[in-house]
Design a protein. Sequence first.
Length: 785
Amino acid sequence: MYIIVSIGCIWFTLPLTSQKQLKAADPHPVNDPIGVARGIHPGRVVWVHDPNATDWEGPDMHDGYWWQNNNTDQAVVDKMMSEAILLLTGQANEEAAWDAIFRYFNQSGGKENVGYQFGEKITIKVNMVAVSNVDGAGNQIAHLHWVNTSPQMILALLRQLVNVVGVAESDITVGDTTQFFPNHYWDHCHTEFPNVHYLANNGNLSRRGPVSSNGKNCEVPFYWSDPVAGSKRQDYLPVSYAEATYLINFACLKGHSSGVTLCAKNHYGSFIRLPPAAGYYDLHLSLPNPQWSPGTGHYRAHIDITGHPHLGGKTLLYLIDGLYGGYYWEGMPFRWYMEPFGGDWPSSLFASQDPVAIDSVAYDFLLQEWPDIVTGGTGASGSLEGGAEDYLHEAALAYNPPSGTFYDPNNDGIGLASLGVHEHWNNPVDKQYSRNLETGDGIELVIPSFATVDGPIENVTNGIRYDYFRYAIGEANPGDQIVVSPGIYNEPINFDGKNLTISSTDPSDLAMVAATVIEGGNQAVTFAGGEDVNCVLAGFTITGAVTGIYCSGASPTIANCCISANAGSGIRLSQSSNPTIANCNISGNAGCGITMNKHTQGRYILYNHATISNCVITANNQDGIMGGMPSITNCTIAVNFHHGVSCIKPMITNSIIYLNSLGSDFVQIESNFATVTYTDIQGGWPGEGNIDTDPYFVAIGFLDTNGTPENLDDDFWVEGDYHLQSQAGRWDPVSQTWIQDVVTSSCIDSGNPGSDWTAEPQPSGGRINMGAYGGTAKASKSPTD
């Protein structure tokens, strides 16, 4: 059958199969489930994420390998496995959870309502594809950084099956028929469970090979539904699969030349040969590829695998190990940056009874993190033309797939029913599927609450505590207040567009600010979701990052923070951000104190308009404030290595700008359009109330060479004290007392007469002081004579 297509004056015909493929190539919309959901709770996928599971610096960082116990915490992985099983079933304890899993599987397969029966065999298929180089002693000798299903995850599952379900060790087989089970896996698992069968591509070194003990294959055939396979050698399943009553499919979270490799493709390693073995049907030919099968609406071998009675038909549980994740089939690990990972390892475990649903969820994660590999494989981004998810469409609609294939892997003339439900989430932040939204019968993504009994991060609005910012923010509602106990937190904060207040226990206490530290990362704090003035960060020391605080298209409030010793700017603004920055110390950053990058969009230029008040901005390696159109009030900007202020159109009042650029008179302010009033500027500046006089700071910061000027490695910066000296008294933050000096700064009582001075201590001259402490209770006092 053919249809006629017209484009301009050119006419040609397309076969009906091509018509189907064109239609199927349209991207599948979000929250539009297809197929029939499976499971005790149909379509449920559990995602357990615990950053404590992984503590590896990464390849080439002289920190060993990811699979070593000092880098992957077995106790945390055990807890993740337990949480996954409990949440998948909704049961209160592990015994009841496993009983529910077995009963559901047996009933849905037409058996009696019974749980596991002693003596029934279980085979666990894990992904070991990266173990391709093993010596005669069983040691992996190459690619030790590449990721497989982890030994910690395998051991956690074995502990559940043996210690909770009561399966005899000798009734369990675990491994991959296409690769060896190497010694570092053997040692990790065999020590505790010596009688488990560890499956490999041969029976050497006490491993179990894919064939029987006398070297014979089993007699369970496997048929491919592609007509091309009819002339190929017959496939048979491994003995351990044929003998098993149950299978567990334990895949690894990876990209691939075909886009993704997850649970369905995990069984490419479940035959007595390699996928492209000569004479057999080449499984790689059914994968999406830019050259031979891009797009959707094609036969995919994944469906035969998932639908075969001795493979998918025996699988009672689907798991995906996402502790590290791999960018490509070999699994070279890379850190993840989508929310909530923030530059950490994904540290995740996925679980489901629905093979299509779990791969659909993992696909959404991989697509968000690595869109180029998922959409293009080894080709250009997008060159797979949606082919990476084609098998999910085919599986969900296996009874009437877009390809028109009659899937019959058992060769009995009976086609497959739907193998599960496929759907895409609403967005990568909320990660909601139709059952979460109560809009359809698709997927339900269940995420455990990350609340802890005694976590240092408390949402005081609802009384719930957490160990990590990402969880506290993720489970918070707009308007909530989160209070953080003293400590050093090596985790970035991303407000995710929520107007929250996150503060130390007392932002007004300098000691508490110094003791509550957010350290490291690319951006220690991020506002990039349209946050406004009701979004507050207060009372932290922010240090050791590339950028201390990053705002993009956001206007939060940043107060009472010490932002110092970052490798770039202390604060960086972009995309017309207009934050309020108050009572902050921004010092000693390798870039500018505050950088405001303009953005050109067609004919328009987006500037940033920060409101900066009562801030000390000192000793930054570049400008104190650079770019944008800030409003600067009562700030002290001193001892920065370049300009004090280098902005397009700043408005400056009641401030002190001195000793920048090594004390040059001519570059304290760089601007053709600055409006400056009532400000002490070295070298002077036109404008009402401006002065040029030594401000008499208590102490100016300096570089201490530690007595070895020839050795730069031991140099350190000594912070200054930028309170104004006064014979009547000035506040000393170290002794927490008022101290009288022998001189009085001319910046006292020299600010704008119209500014509010009433918060300043007595005696006061009835006029606000210049500088960062003017208008506050820590302003230097006025002499009375």
